[in-house]
Design a protein around this ligand. Structure first.
Ligand code: UD1
Length: 425
C-alpha cells in the first residue's frame, strides 16, 4: 500500500489549479444510463472513485473512453440491471445507479452498500422515495431489489436533505411522465451541476421559489456534452492547508461562492482572503490562529467533507475550539491520529473539543477515510521533521495528483510505493 513521506515545516506558496468535482462527476456519469445516445463529459478528475464508476458503467454494458479528463460514454449492448458487490463495496455512491436503472428498465438489483468507516449511511430515504413512485422494494441475497410495473409522478418530502437520495430520485423522476415534486432536497452545488447536465440531456427540471425540485418527466433523454464544475472540497482543502502552514496560496479555476462559509470562518480565524469570480487568495494576517467553533451542516452550511481538514487547522489555534459533526455519526477517526501528532483533542459524542497546540510533531499515522487522510497530510505538512501517512489509497479516491500539486506549492511530499521498490506489503 502506498504511503506519503512528508518532510514538513514549510509554508505552502504559489498557485494551484482546482480539478473537476468528483462528487458532481460521479452522478453525471451515472446519468448517462438514462440514454442510449453518446455522452461527453469534460473536466472529469482522474480518481479512484471515477475509475470505479467507469467500471460500473462498463459492467452494466456501456463503452467508456477516458482521455485526459474527457469521458465518452457510448452504448454497446442492452444494459444489465445489476452491479457486482466487488464494485459497490469500493464506493457507496454506486447505489445511485438504482434510480436511472429503475426508471428505464423498471428494475434494479444493487448490493446493499454496507456500513462504512464514517458511519452507518443507510439508503432508507432513497428507498422510501422509490416506493412512493410505485416501486416494490425487497432484499434478495444481500441485494436491494427495486421493481415496478409502472412508476408514477409524486410529491416526496425527504426526511433529511440527503445528497444521494436527492440525486437518485431526481434521475428516476426525469423519465416518469407527469410532475414530480421533491421537497427538503439537498442544495449542494453538485446537485445543481447534475440538474444542469440532465437539462442538457433534455430533462425538464427546475427549482421553484421554495427550493423544491420540480421534474416534468419526459419520454426520452438524449446525449450530452457537459463540463463538470470545480471541486469545492479540493478547493477548501487547499485553502485550509495554506492557512495551517501559514502560507500564501492562490487557488485558481474554482468557485469561491461554493466555499463562502469556510472563507468567512478563515477571516474570523485571522487570515486574509481575496476572491475574484474564480480565484481565492489566502495570506496570513497574524502569527496566531484565532479559535473558531464550527458545526457541519447541509449546504450552504459548513461541509462535513471539510471537517477533518478544518480540525487540523484548529489544532494549531491559540485557545480552544469546538467542532460538532452533525451529518455523519462516526467521522472523527482522524482525531486519535492527530493526537499522535501532538494535538490536544477530546471527543464527546459528536463534538471534538480542541485545545490548540503550538505545532504538530512528526509521526507515522494511518489514513482511515478520504478526508480524514487529508487532515493527516495537512498536519504532516505543518510538523517539522518527517511524517509518514499510510493507506494513501483512501486519499487517492478524491484528490487528483495531490502530491504533485503540493510539491508545486513547495511541499516536500513523496509517494512511497512498496511494490515498485520491491518491499513486502
Ligand atoms: C454525499 C457525498 C459525501 C458528503 C455527503 C454529505 C458524494 C459521492 N458523497 O454523500 O462526500 O459527505 O454527501 O454532504 O457525493 N442518510 C440516511 N438515509 C439515507 C441517506 C442518507 O439516513 O437514505 C444519512 C446518512 O447516513 C448521513 C446523512 O444522511 O448521516 C447524509 O448523507 P447523504 O447526504 O446521503 O450523503 P451521501 O449522498 O452518501
Amino acid at each position: 500500500m502506498d504511503k506519503f513521506i512528508i518532510k514538513g515545516g514549510k509554508k505552502l506558496k504559489g498557485t494551484v489549479e482546482i480539478s473537476g468535482s468528483k462528487n458532481a462527476a460521479l452522478p453525471i456519469l451515472m446519468a448517462t444510463l438514462l440514454t442510449d445516445e453518446t455522452c461527453f463529459l469534460n473536466r472529469v478528475p482522474n480518481l479512484r472513485d471515477i475509475r470505479t464508476t467507469i467500471k460500473i458503467l462498463e459492467e452494466l454494458g456501456k463503452k467508456v473512453i477516458y482521455d485526459n479528463g474527457t469521458v465518452e460514454v457510448r452504448s454497446k449492448r442492452k444494459l444489465k440491471t445489476t452491479v457486482s458487490y466487488d464494485l459497490v463495496k469500493q464506493m457507496r455512491a454506486s447505489f445511485w445507479v438504482a434510480g436511472p436503472l429503475l426508471t428505464r428498465f423498471k428494475k434494479a438489483s444493487i448490493p446493499l452498500p454496507g456500513g462504512c468507516a464514517i458511519g452507518v449511511r443507510p439508503v432508507d430515504i432513497h428507498l422510501r422515495g422509490f416506493e412512493k413512485m410505485g416501486a416494490k422494494v425487497s432484499t434478495e441475497k444481500g441485494n436491494v431489489v427495486v421493481k415496478a410495473k409502472k412508476l408514477h409522478p409524486v410529491k416526496i418530502i425527504l426526511s433529511f436533505p440527503s445528497v444521494g437520495a436527492t440525486l437518485n430520485l431526481m434521475m428516476c423522476a426525469s423519465l416518469i411522465p407527469g410532475k414530480t415534486v421533491l421537497e427538503n432536497v439537498a442544495r449542494e452545488p453538485e446537485v445543481g451541476d447534475v440538474i444542469k447536465a440532465l437539462q442538457s440531456m433534455g430533462a425538464n427540471i427546475s427549482l421553484d421559489e421554495k427550493g423544491r425540485i420540480i421534474i416534468e418527466g419526459v419520454s426520452k433523454l438524449h446525449g450530452m456534452n457537459h463540463t463538470v464544475i470545480a471541486d469545492r472540497i479540493e478547493t477548501g482543502t487547499f485553502v485550509i492547508a495554506a492557512a495551517a502552514t501559514r502560507g500564501e496560496v492562490e487557488i485558481t479555476e474554482c468557485v469561491p461562492e461554493h466555499n463562502e462559509i469556510l472563507l468567512e470562518y478563515l477571516l474570523d480565524a485571522g487570515f486574509n482572503i481575496e476572491t475574484t469570480q474564480d480565484t481565492i487568495k489566502i495570506t496570513c494576517r497574524n502569527k496566531k490562529i484565532k479559535p473558531v467553533n464550527m458545526k457541519t451542516a447541509p449546504f450552504p452550511g459548513f461541509a462535513t467533507d471539510l471537517q477533518a481538514p478544518w480540525m487540523s487547522l484548529m489544532c494549531l489555534c491559540s485557545g480552544s475550539a469546538d467542532i460538532s459533526e452533525d451529518i455523519f455519526e462516526n467521522r472523527f477517526m482522524h482525531a486519535p491520529e492527530l493526537v499522535r501528532m501532538g494535538a490536544n483533542i477530546l471527543i464527546d459524542r459528536n463534538t471534538a473539543k480542541i485545545t490548540g497546540v503550538k505545532s504538530f510533531s512528526p509521526a507515522v499515522v494511518m489514513a482511515s477515510d478520504l478526508r480524514g487522510g487529508m487532515a493527516l497530510v495537512i498536519a504532516g505538512l505543518c510538523a517539522k521533521g518527517t511524517s509518514v501517512v499510510e493507506r494513501v489509497y483512501h486519499i487517492d479516491r478524491g484528490y487528483e495528483i495531490i502530491e504533485e500539486k503540493l510539491t508545486e506549492l513547495g511541499a516536500n511530499i513523496k509517494r512511497h510505493n512498496p511494490v515498485l521498490v520491491g518491499e513486502e506489503e
